[in-house]
Design a protein around this ligand. Structure first.
Ligand code: SF4
Length: 292
């Protein structure tokens, strides 16, 4: 497994990032900010943390989607990694705009499921949503039970991934943004896949380093001034990637982050093992079990 992982990281070294090859495979769009939950592992709704607030202007959203269309984007368009995207009553409309331009993209809604009623589910699926990924944190997983009693068709259920979660799970420290979380005293000497595979765009058009950057501290570019492709290939990204390939997280918000840096979708068996890679020669160090 370690060899496989190292080979994977090694392959990134030879990538030439340009808009025509090695484009991001996932883009996370913040249609609006805010969440109706206050889970202990998340910076949302915590005393002493003032998260940016707003909703994405529709024209700005269309500009982003048009660019994705021109790039013939085939990866994942995700709503909701930092916020509860279903609180925005424009969500189905936003999905349909994305689907129109990006026929081959996988459109994913990440949600706590609290707002999923029959009509919203219908609208989201009919607009072109590929997957509604529900993380049910209610004590008795009542949201999953509710969805199950809706007697959705087999076809509709294929658009769901229903996960029974717990608010006592140990997740990452969200790049140091979770109050009272463990912040590494020195940056982990670790790789991170995110800047090689994903982009995250805030409601006001900032391309932030990743969805862990709740306070928009590490801005890689601004889609109101540059295209997605220009930002993806800019000098700041090159510097960050070079550092991460050398297992160096210093100087970016990554220095406070305890994410293991591995894409569990690429390496599903690492889902439950938290690792930090020091360099190509030293062994893997196990910190604790956790999820992104
Ligand atoms: S190390 Fe953490 S903060 Fe840095 S890109 Fe990865 S997930 Fe984001």
């Amino acid at each position: 497994m370690i060899n496989k992982l190292m080979n994977h990281i090694e392959r990134y070294k030879h990538r030439n990032f340009n808009p025509h090859s090695n484009l991001f495979r996932m883009i996370e769009l913040q249609n609006q900010t805010g969440c109706n939950y206050s889970c202990p592992f998340c910076p949302q709704n915590k005393d002493g943390i003032k998260l940016p607030q707003g909703s994405m202007d529709k024209e700005l959203y269309k500009k982003i989607i048009e660019e994705l269309g021109e790039l013939r984007f085939k990866g994942q368009i995700r709503f909701g990694p930092m916020d509860e995207s279903t609180l925005d009553n424009r969500l189905a409309e936003f999905v349909s705009i994305a689907r129109e331009q990006c026929l081959q993209a996988t459109i994913v809604i990440l949600t706590n499921g609290s707002k999923l009623e029959r009509q919203l589910i219908r609208n989201l699926i009919d607009s072109g949503t590929s997957l509604i990924y529900v993380s049910d944190y209610t004590p008795n997983h009542g949201i999953i039970s509710k969805i199950n009693t809706m007697q959705l068709s087999k076809q509709d259920l294929q658009h769901f991934s229903l996960r029974r979660r717990s608010i006592s799970e140990t997740l990452t420290n969200r790049a140091g943004n979770v109050p009272e979380s463990n912040i590494p005293r020195t940056p982990y000497p670790a790789f991170c896949f995110y800047p090689f595979e994903g982009m995250a765009i805030t409601y006001n058009g900032k391309a932030i380093i990743c969805c862990q950057d709740y306070l928009f501290k590490e801005v890689m570019g601004d889609v109101q001034q540059n295209t997605l492709a220009e930002i993806w290939c800019n000098n700041k990204y090159s510097r960050l990637r070079k550092q991460l390939l050398n297992f160096n997280r210093a100087g970016f918000i990554c220095q406070k982050c305890d994410f293991n840096g591995v894409n569990v979708m690429l390496h599903p068996s690492l889902d439950k093992v938290y690792i930090v890679i020091h360099n190509l020669l030293t062994p893997v160090k196990i910190y604790y079990s956790g999820r992104f």
